[in-house]
Design a protein around this ligand. Structure first.
Ligand code: NAD
Ligand code: ZN
Length: 252
């Protein structure tokens, strides 16, 4: 197959995924979901600290619906192929996802860097306790969750989704691990799949990879905004392309 990427014994593979990788599982991509609207709200207004301060019930309902939806769908062959690649390459492969849906983990990928957070994690708006796993749904004002640890100190602190919202910083340690993976690679393949390249700073990773001598490949259905960073575009569905994309050379 002409589009195959040869993975040699010293090759490191960095895969960045976006909403398009989960589209074939039935989760709408960001731009495809009714022009970026949810119940007539702009997604940017729901997925932001300002939106949460203004109407936490609405924001929790939005994420609760997404929790419920993601739980009913299954990983597709794209997720499964990436989990296999990671098993084959071990720490020579790094998987970074902008998706919050947990489908990579359900396909067996481990570890997964969830660079924009995770739908099934919740954290406190005030104290420093670790984000914790949470599958509960909070649909009405009466459901709003509060921090038990803060309550023990007589403080009333709302819990919030562990999601990187518009206007918020990425986790510095995550970003550092990704850039270190790039700079440590002698022979790097960077693949971005199902992402429109519109959300920064993640959309810059392709340029970092390219500048450090990596081969940069895009697997995407449509044109992307950071197209100039890619040396090759394999156009189509990630669930069809990813399963045969990598040709791993056996160790000598
Ligand atoms: N599944 C999720 O967790 C989810 C869903 C929607 C949005 N988001 C969030 O919204 C932001 C959106 O940015 P983004 O770049 O990830 O998504 P995006 O919606 O901006 O872009 C998705 C890209 O995938 C392409 N695409 C659609 N179906 C495809 C398929 N089957 N195969 C290959 N490509 C396909 C589209 O052409 C588009 O370019 C992210 O930050 C993410 O955190 C997450
Ligand atoms: Zn707390």
């Amino acid at each position: 197959m002409t589009n195959q990427l040869r993975v040699g014994p010293n090759t490191r593979v960095l895969v960045l995924t976006g909403a398009g990788v989960s589209a074939e599982s039935g989760i709408p991509t960001f731009r495809a979901s009714a022009d970026g609207l949810w119940e007539n709200h702009r997604i940017e207004d729901v997925a932001s600290p300002e939106g949460f301060a203004k109407d936490p019930t609405m924001v929790w309902r939005f994420y609760s619906e997404r929790r419920a939806r993601a739980a009913t769908v299954a990983p597709n062959p794209g997720h499964i192929a990436l989990a296999k690649l990671q098993r084959d390459l071990g720490d020579r492969m790094m998987l970074v996802t902008q998706n919050v849906d947990g489908l990579h983990q359900r396909a067996g990928s481990d570890p997964v860097t969830e660079i924009h957070g995770g739908l099934y994690k919740t954290r406190c708006t005030h104290c420093e306790r670790e984000p914790f796993e949470d599958h509960d749904l909070y649909m009405t004002e009466g459901d709003l969750p509060f921090c038990a640890e803060c309550a023990a100190q007589n403080k009333t602190s709302l819990l919030r989704p562990h999601i990187v919202w518009f206007g918020e910083m990425l986790n510095a340690a995550d970003l550092h691990r990704v850039t270190r993976f790039i700079s440590n690679a002698e022979d790097l393949i960077f693949v971005a799949a199902g992402t429109s390249g519109a959300v920064y700073p993640v959309a810059n990773l392709v340029y970092r990879a390219k500048n450090s001598g990596g081969r940069t490949v895009l697997v995407n259905a449509d044109e992307v905004q950071n197209a100039s960073g890619f040396q090759q575009w394999i156009r189509g569905k990630s669930g069809e392309i990813l399963p045969t994309l990598f040709d791993i050379e056996p160790p000598v």
